[in-house]
Design a protein. Structure first.
Length: 183
């Protein structure tokens, strides 16, 4: 893998520990692949981290996602937590958003091992299911109809903007950007 481009906004960079923590608690993410025609494809998916790898699933039928994965194993996955939009200056465009986001890059593969697929389903239902459902646990009669995908994480980067206290936001503090200033 080539060296990643330098982070432009180092003041927003999240360390790897915080990035992985966001991945652990995140609800859903977006998986980006590239097809044989060169077009990107991005799909929202439930996911989980297991054994240091990221796992997602879908149908075992060959569709857009599966075709892209078979074409190119390199993928990108993104998770974010949006927050409050706030003003920092006197013009409407002097607004921003509190957020946390993580982007990871890696290689994806289809998991064929039934024991790993069962572990994935158990962990997925532990993350997203409810104890109140009162249904049989660990029973997956249609396991053969799902495809489980494992992403080996090669690189991870996170960014965040914290919500400043009221004393640091407009109108208490005016951080209006000069209209003609160069970035």
């Amino acid at each position: 893998m080539s060296a990643p481009p330098p982070v432009r906004r180092t003041d927003k960079a999240m360390n790897e520990e915080r990035a992985r923590a966001l991945l652990e608690r995140g609800f859903s993410g977006r998986l980006a692949t590239v097809g044989a025609d060169g077009y990107p494809y991005c799909v929202p998916l439930l996911y989980l981290l297991m054994d240091g790898k990221l796992y997602v699933h879908g149908t075992s039928g060959k569709g857009h996602l599966r075709s892209n994965i078979e074409h190119e194993a390199r993928v990108c996955f993104e998770v974010d937590e949006p927050g409050e939009v706030f003003a920092y200056g006197r013009f409407e465009c002097d607004s921003t958003v509190e957020y946390r986001s993580v982007v990871l890059f890696g290689r994806i593969r289809v998991v064929d091992d039934e024991a790993t697929k069962r572990r994935f389903c158990d962990a997925l239902l532990a993350k997203y299911g409810s104890e109140d459902w009162n249904r049989p646990k660990g029973f997956y009669p249609r396991l053969h109809l799902i495809a489980v995908y494992e992403i080996e994480i090669e690189r991870i980067a996170g960014k965040e903007t914290a919500l400043p206290p009221l004393s640091q936001r407009w109108p208490a503090r005016d951080d209006t950007k000069t209209p003609d200033a160069k970035p």
